[in-house]
Design a protein around this ligand. Structure first.
Ligand SMILES: O=C(O)CCC(=O)C(=O)O
Ligand SMILES: [Fe+2]
Length: 384
């Protein structure tokens, strides 16, 4: 069992009216006999470029099997999809976005009082310009929140990833932020657990095959992010091309705010927010588990137009820091379509022990925290 075991019973009342009651045929296609990948769908001009899945179909015995096939194919093909029917209602989404905006509107001193340079655990506020992807500055500010567990002892016999565990930093001026992030995180954890069971079944595994990797100490991460508008002559990198380093990501994007792009067959596909939908993508641990059958797809966010901004809240569903993620034995027809594990977006190896995989990404992204607290990691993370 993981910490998140209960899905909310209520279904959202705010689903977009234009979504079809059933998945389009291409999303529930059975595996072709000759084991080659099906031709990618050619969406109509106004159709989303990524598949749209409805989690309620997993509850209905009539549609559960086709839901699982669609889930597996979406994340073998694109590695990204839209998810509706997830149970987060519109009022909660509005509250998350409004509270995020209230946080970023606090005076600079209030935000800097919880700057991540005050946390050896990579928690707290990152100012604009404080983060890097592929060595270049990202044009975004954010607060990073993770599970609150006791600080681990450090020392030569302790694994280096122990530094990721510790308390969060919350703004005193806005207690509502903690409440809404907690509520959102609990809900997203339950949705992610549910999806992982469906993935496991779709890959010919027992539904609980991933549970031991999460145990009773999953190292989830919730980020509340604001991308300010571009400035004249400035970067257009909201966040640069990267893979997510965990298991899977559930992303809430403020309605109407574009900018996310997803790499697909060598091109950058736009992935604008879809009303009522979360954007889901898999992380490097699922690519590892499936020998590349499921893909941790590269993505980036372009900085918004000058004078505008964009809020997003990615929830990263991650196993416990000491988990060595399982390498699944896939059914032969799927194994035949598994190309092997790629290198990450910085051309480094993906590591199977989750804590090291997470630490290497955190160290690359937050050189200011490394300089302040972990100078010995500046040359890179060495696995014990
Ligand atoms: O803000 C977004 O839309 C995506 C952010 C993202 O990819 C990340 O933080 O890993
Ligand atoms: Fe990401």
């Amino acid at each position: 069992m993981t910490l998140h075991s209960v899905l909310p019973a209520a279904l959202p009342a705010h689903l977009p009216a234009h979504l079809p009651p059933h998945l389009p045929a291409h999303q529930s296609a059975a595996l072709p006999d000759d084991l080659t990948d099906p031709a990618p769908p050619h969406p109509a001009d106004d159709a989303p470029a990524l598949p749209v899945l409805d989690l309620r179909q997993a509850d209905d015995p009539e549609t559960a099997e086709s839901f699982r096939t669609a889930l597996r194919e979406a994340t073998h093909g694109h590695g990204f999809f839209y998810l509706v029917g997830h149970g987060a209602d519109a009022a909660l989404v509005d509250r998350v976005v409004a509270t995020a905006r209230a946080f970023f509107a606090l005076p600079e001193e209030a935000k800097l009082a919880i700057e991540n340079t005050r946390s050896p655990h990579f928690r707290g506020y990152t100012r604009v310009g404080g983060e890097r992807t592929q060595g270049k500055v990202d044009w975004r500010e954010q607060i990073d929140v993770g599970p609150e567990r006791p600080v681990l002892p450090s020392g030569p016999t302790q694994p280096a990833w122990g530094v990721l565990q510790g308390p969060n930093l919350w703004p005193e001026e806005l207690p509502a932020l903690r409440d809404v992030v907690d509520e959102w995180t609990t809900l997203m954890g339950a949705v992610a657990d549910r999806l992982l069971r469906e993935w496991a079944l779709s890959l010919g595994q027992a539904p609980d095959v991933f549970d031991p990797a999460f145990g009773d100490a999953p190292a989830w991460l919730t980020k509340v992010v604001r991308y300010p508008g571009r400035v004249e002559g400035g970067t257009d990198q909201g966040v640069g091309w990267h893979n997510d380093f965990g298991v899977l990501t559930l992303l809430l994007v403020e309605p109407g705010r574009r900018g996310l792009q997803v790499e697909y067959q060598g091109e950058a596909l736009d992935a604008p927010p879809l009303d009522g939908a979360l954007i889901v993508n898999i992380g490097e641990m699922l690519e590892w588990a499936t020998d590349g059958y499921l893909k941790a797809t590269r993505h980036r966010v372009l900085a918004p137009e000058p004078g505008t901004d964009r809020i997003s809240v990615p929830y990263f569903h991650n196993p416990s820091l000491d988990a060595v993620f399982p390498r699944l034995t896939l059914p032969a027809d799927l194994a035949a379509r598994a190309p092997g594990v790629a290198r990450d977006a910085d051309d480094e190896e993906i590591l199977d022990e989750y804590g090291y995989n997470a630490l290497k990404s955190r160290v690359r992204a937050h050189p200011n925290v490394v300089e302040a607290h972990h100078p010995h990691l500046a040359a890179g993370v060495v696995r014990a």
